[in-house]
Design a protein. Structure first.
Length: 265
């Protein structure tokens, strides 16, 4: 089978991340799986949920970015019926953090024979893991970055007396690829890609325009009516992002849009 340098590097990183996350699952008594409240099913990692269940660990689904959704609609969603102890949480207004802290304390009482109760925090990149840990620890315990995959190594952080949080890198399911087009739509929704390195940034912008109608038009005050080419050409002229022959550099325009979009998430 033919391999290339970049693909091999990606596979090694993916395998290393997977090993770290599985170590977090092995050590932890309770697992917090961060989900995007706007895209609940898309942000679930079913292979890890299966592994958590097989190890007999307790699982709490934490729906991050809940300030960006209608909480009542989510509460009535059939998706919640398949989740374990779901809690809606917002890092912006801290809604739900008290409820989550209380639930962790209640579940931790089941492990009174342990010297320390370990609570692992896992999830897709850019679903709010570091923000969640910072809120739980009531301090800037885990550095927060708008760039997905910022956390590189597992860390132990004090949550309360006798309870430790375990932080690990974001997880990409083994069947998904960061560099192919197959999972483009899903990763665009979740903000998994790093705008500086993603292929076909214009396709990502087009996908986002479909899922968030009118958002970019309002943000940049452009009458594009969902037309990605019109949006890119208009902004390219406004920002003077041109190629040598004076043509609009649509790739640079798209990357700037993605960078600004994900930095606001």
């Amino acid at each position: 089978m033919r391999t290339t340098g970049p693909a091999d590097t990606h596979n090694r990183h993916k395998q290393a991340f997977s090993e770290q996350v599985r170590e977090v699952i092995r050590i932890s008594d309770i697992l917090l799986l961060t989900l995007d409240a706007r895209h609940i099913t898309a942000s679930r990692i079913f292979e890890l949920e299966k592994e958590i269940k097989e190890h007999g660990k307790l699982l709490i689904h934490v729906l991050m970015k809940s300030d960006l959704v209608d909480a009542e609609s989510v509460a009535l969603s059939h998706e919640l019926e398949t989740l374990s102890h779901p809690i809606l949480l917002s890092a912006k207004n801290r809604r739900g953090i008290g409820k989550l802290r209380e639930r962790i304390h209640v579940l931790a009482k089941r492990f009174t024979e342990h010297p320390h109760v370990h609570v692992g925090v896992i999830g897709y990149p850019n679903t709010g893991k570091s923000s969640l840990i910072g809120m739980l620890a009531r301090r800037a315990a885990a550095p927060v970055s708008s760039q997905p995959g910022f956390t590189k190594h597992m860390r132990k952080i004090r949550f309360a007396k006798g309870i430790l949080l375990l932080d690990a890198p974001g997880v990409i399911p083994t069947k998904e690829s960061l560099f192919g087009d197959r999972d483009l739509k899903k990763h665009a929704l979740l903000g998994v890609h790093v705008p500086e390195s993603v292929r076909n940034p214009d396709l990502l912008v087009a996908e986002l325009m479909k899922n968030y109608p009118g958002r970019f038009e309002r943000q940049y005050q452009v009458e594009a009516d969902g037309d990605v080419e019109l949006l890119l050409s208009t902004l390219g002229g406004r920002w003077k992002l041109l190629k040598k022959k004076g043509e609009i550099d649509t790739e640079r325009v798209a990357r700037r849009i993605l960078k600004e979009h994900y930095s606001q998430r």
